[in-house]
Design a protein around this ligand. Structure first.
Ligand code: NAI
Length: 288
């Protein structure tokens, strides 16, 4: 079952999911809308796996990983499971799922790594919404055990059970969450990020101080600003807007103007070399 796993979106999350699926022994197909992005992601995966093996963290033969970059949805036809990890935008995801439904076989499970959107909404309009569910991995995927599994209104319970068992075999811990905006983790995380931005905007404390307090006294592995730099401000803000919109613009979830400014400036975080903090050779990233 699910010998072939396809991942759509070769960014932060798609690359991590592809790595985990390949290490679990699947043949993995990776597709991205940007030409060359899937190939670059595969090179990155091989490098990361080599490093993990060299450090004795995992046992694997990096050369034997079965990873292929493809350049069309039609090439995903052999997949038994597709995991979508593209932009957090309902209309864009819906278009992709309509294309996927036409390309893959009738038994193929269609999962979305959405952080906040309802699988019911993503599946709306499909001929077979019963095979759609949310499978929300966390960043960095190879390290984070938790996966939220979200069944939509039409999702087949049997299919949800089978998918949960599969992800469990990948070494992950599956938690079932209701299809409420942001599910469990992002529902709790939104006011957490929002308060960090409010403190920053009130000049109550610097990002360095806030992160240091949370990691030091708070015992968090990362502070909110270092974490948002890791997630990507474009992605983080899109999730905030999605939850805020879903809750009728409840001020608890209001997006931050300071974060909007970062997104508009292209300061997306680690992936662009600069976010709240600067990264790269000359920069000193925050202790995280
Ligand atoms: P990203 O921006 O790093 O990567 C997205 C990739 O999808 C890009 O390479 C882009 O070219 C590609 N793409 C966009 N539209 C496409 C399409 N129609 N077809 C094929 N490829 C397309 O984004 P990231 O961070 O990997 O997020 C992806 C999804 O995962 C989002 O839904 C996000 O909410 C969710 N997520 C993100 C987390 C994070 O920490 N970054 C954590 C958990 C979930």
């Amino acid at each position: 079952m699910h010998d072939v796993v396809a991942v759509v979106g070769a960014g932060t999350m798609g690359a991590g999911i592809a790595q985990v699926a390949a290490l679990a022994g699947h043949r993995v197909l990776l597709l991205d809308a940007v030409p060359g992005a899937a190939d670059r992601a595969l090179s990155g995966i091989r490098e990361r796996v080599k490093t993990l093996v060299a450090r004795g963290k995992i046992e694997a033969d990096p050369e034997s990983l079965d990873l292929t970059a493809v350049d069309s949805v039609d090439a995903l036809a052999p997949a038994g499971l597709v995991i979508e990890a593209i932009v957090e935008d309902l209309a864009v995801k819906r278009n992709l799922f309509a294309d996927l439904e036409r390309a893959v076989g009738p038994e193929c499970v269609l999962a979305s790594n959405t952080s906040s959107l309802s699988p019911t909404a993503i599946a709306a309009g499909l001929e077979h919404p019963e095979r759609v569910l949310g499978l929300h991995f966390f960043n960095p995927v190879p390290r984070m055990r938790l996966v939220e599994l979200i069944a939509g209104a039409d999702t087949s319970p049997e299919l949800a059970d089978r998918t949960a068992a599969l992800v469990d075999r990948w070494g992950k811990t599956v938690v079932r969450a209701a299809a409420t905006p942001g599910f469990i983790v992002n529902r709790i995380a939104r006011p957490y990020y929002a308060e960090a931005w409010r403190l920053y905007e009130e000049r109550a404390a610097t990002p360095e101080t806030i992160d240091a307090v949370l990691t030091g006294a708070g015992g968090f592995p990362m502070g909110p600003f270092a974490l948002m730099d890791l997630i990507g401000h474009d992605v983080n803000e899109a999730v905030t807007r999605s939850v805020w919109t879903a809750f009728a613009q409840d001020p608890r979830f209001a997006p931050s103007l300071a974060q909007r400014a970062l997104v508009e400036a292209g300061r997306l975080g680690r992936k662009s070399g600069r976010g709240v903090y600067a990264y790269g050779e000359d920069a000193r990233p925050p202790a995280a």
